[in-house]
Design a binder for this molecule. Sequence first.
Ligand code: GLU
Length: 278
Amino acid sequence: MPQPQMDQPLANYIGRLAPSPTGLLHLGHARTFWIASERARTANGKLYLRDEDLDHQRSRPEFAAAMREDLLWLGITWDDELRQSDRLLLYRAAAEQLVTSGLAYKCLCSRKDLQAATQAPHEDTDEPVYNGRCRANAAERTFDPHSSYRLRVPDGERIAFADARCGPQSFLAGCDASADFGDFLIWRKDSLPSYQLACVVDDAAMQITEVVRGADLLRSTARQILVQRALGLATPQYYHCDLMRDATGTRLAKRYDALSLRALRESGLSPDQIRARF
Ligand code: GLU
């Protein structure tokens, strides 16, 4: 029997674009979103825009407006859209389910990574492996939205998946230095879900069949597979795109003032000329 091709899009394809409105989109985003939109188009599928605006401190409505405008200018359209800040009750229900089933526990450690948890951990911002200090709290099964909670990961288990572009992947879960990631936050004490939880809840609710995003989120995919498992949700297919780097090899990122799509456009480049740089 012929094997399906690794990079062949799925039937009944549903994809998503999930920008965070924390700055202007740059060439790296444009490339990832272009690939996402091409994969949805080739599969004759649907594509949704998800505004990942949970980071209250850094999200701004003007960036949300700019990202829509820039995507449309580049030639990317979508079938429908939603905003994460409208969906807090859904995330809370999922967090509560994890806590009442004993799969997530209250973490009393005060750490600055609690601050960062609504943001997707890209390669330069990934959190340190947590030592599991608060694990004993798992016996306490009442959810308090004003506390932080972590998902307990299976120590020493390799979480494996086949990425549609990068091939077989595996990451070691645990709470010592050999692990690729440890117990991670699913809920923050300021009553917000972490990026990992919100992403899983939304990908499932939107019935996403394929997640297209940057390769620096491969390790987050392993974490998200554990959240899916804990909530009894299906795992979509993943396609992690190559990262764009600047001349010094640094990943393009909003916080480094990388070349924004807007600046390139204002310099007179056309959408075709931008796509030629992908
Ligand atoms: N909003 C996330 C980011 O900026 C998207 C992550 C994802 O596609 O899951 O990286």
